[in-house]
Design a protein around this ligand. Structure first.
Ligand code: FAD
Ligand code: EPU
Length: 342
């Protein structure tokens, strides 16, 4: 087991923050994970803090400091069919598989359900963490089960969809079980016959622009990719972690008041309340395109904070606090961070 010391995490987080981990290792199997944890236990007995951070693609994380423990990068690979019936196919996916690679795998074989989630960065293992979502679909819609390793008890536990307590950008792993489990494998249930979902956002408009006359998984995927590319910065070019904040939900009464004060404020019915567009509010506060040093608010999507090169995680986090304050002041709405702050 190769454990690195004082290891730069810059290539391993899409914000491109140059934080260092006291210890760093990659694992490809559960056995390697156990080995890394026990080896770290021996090394940290000398007085290091007993912190373990599991890393996927680092696309939803902001390092605001060096990490005083071990960062373990999940590289468990493999996609296997575990069950099949007339309508569905169940695929078990290693947590270290690239998410978009898995989406392409499904599209190539005619398995439907994840095409609207094309081009989301990161790994399959992180997909249940915040119940990833885009263009009208969330992971909970195709999730069947996952296997996770309990770090302290050294035991594998299975979680059903109900156990995961999925919500909008939420799961039990972000709260009750934060830092308790390592997700090893996820089983998704895909449809053999596509049920297309093109009603969200600009998908239909884009399909029309693409001159698609017959819907296919590949066409829907390409439409989603085109829309995403037109709005979201590519982390290969500009450091970012996608939406920095969640879209907040307010009561219908509060939305009525906001609509009077701010005519045209976007709002979408959501459960009992109305979901607001955080990007719109941030833009109204004048932050869109703002830059201070190398930390900024993206010019095409105000919900995305960016690192133009050498911003520190602290600087980006400070900018996010200023944004929260000004949205609170103008709209009396509190924004919640979506990105995991370390
Ligand atoms: P990481 O950033 O590595 O980890 C995220 C969190 O999960 C951390 O707390 C980490 O400790 C934990 N974790 C990761 N893997 C495991 C594991 N195996 N076991 C236990 N804990 C684990 N998200 C959306 O939902 N929808 C979008 O449309 C979307 N668009 C994006 C666009 C861009 C340009 C970017 C950069 C990000 C976007 N995201 C989006 C956010 C991000 O891609 C997702 O949250 C993704 O699932 C994160 O995966 P990751 O492997 O990079 O996770
Ligand atoms: N808007 C503005 N100004 C901006 C940004 C957005 O006015 O700078 C307005 C848009 O005009 C639109 C509304 O806000 O009326 C919503 O914008 P958009 O469709 O771009 O989506 P979003 O709400 O900003 C969410 C997700 C994305 C996901 C897309 C598509 C959250 C926090 N974000 O963004 O997820 O890809 O919808 O489904 O829910 C992520 O989680 O990292 C992420 C990128």
């Amino acid at each position: 087991m190769n454990i690195n010391r004082h290891f730069s995490l810059r290539p391993y987080n899409t914000f491109g923050i140059d934080a260092r981990a006291d210890f760093f290792a990659s694992f490809h199997t559960m056995e390697e994970l156990e080995e890394a944890i026990s080896e770290y236990g021996r090394l940290s007995a000398a007085g290091h803090q007993n912190d373990i951070l599991i890393l996927g693609g680092g696309s939803n994380i902001l390092f605001t400091r060096d990490y005083p423990g071990i960062v373990l990068k999940n590289d468990i690979s493999g996609i296997t069919v575990v069950r099949e019936d007339d309508q569905h196919i169940y695929l078990k996916v290693g947590a270290g598989e690239n998410w978009h690679g898995f989406v392409r795998y499904c599209i190539d074989r005619g398995f439907a359900g994840v095409e609207n989630l094309s081009l989301i960065p990161g790994k399959a293992g992180a997909s249940p963490m915040q119940n990833i979502g885009a263009y009208g679909v969330e992971i909970k819609d195709v999730f069947h089960e996952l296997e996770a390793f309990h770090i302290k008890e050294k035991a594998v536990v299975r979680f059903s969809a109900e156990d995961c307590q999925f919500g909008y950008r939420e799961s039990v792993f972000k709260h009750t079980y934060k830092g308790v489990f390592v997700i090893l494998q996820v089983i998704y249930r895909l449809h053999k016959m596509p049920v297309f979902n093109t009603s969200y956002g600009a998908i239909e408009e884009e399909l029309e622009r693409m001159k698609v006359t017959e819907l296919s998984l590949a066409a829907v995927s390409q439409a989603v990719i085109n829309i995403r590319r037109s709005k979201l910065p590519d982390p290969e070019q500009i450091g970012n972690a996608g939406s920095f904040f969640k879209n907040p939900t307010v009561s219908a009464e509060k939305y009525a008041v906001l609509s009077t004060l701010f005519p045209g404020i976007p709002g979408y019915p959501s459960g009992e309340g109305v979901k607001l567009a955080a990007g719109w509010m941030i833009e109204q506060c004048g932050w869109k395109g703002y830059r201070s040093g190398d930390a900024g608010c993206h010019g095409r999507q105000a919900l995305v904070l960016v690192n133009y090169g050498n911003a520190s995680g602290k600087e980006i986090n400070q900018l996010s606090e200023q944004i929260v304050e000004s949205v609170q002041e103008k709209f009396e709405v509190m924004l919640e961070k979506e990105v995991n702050i370390i």
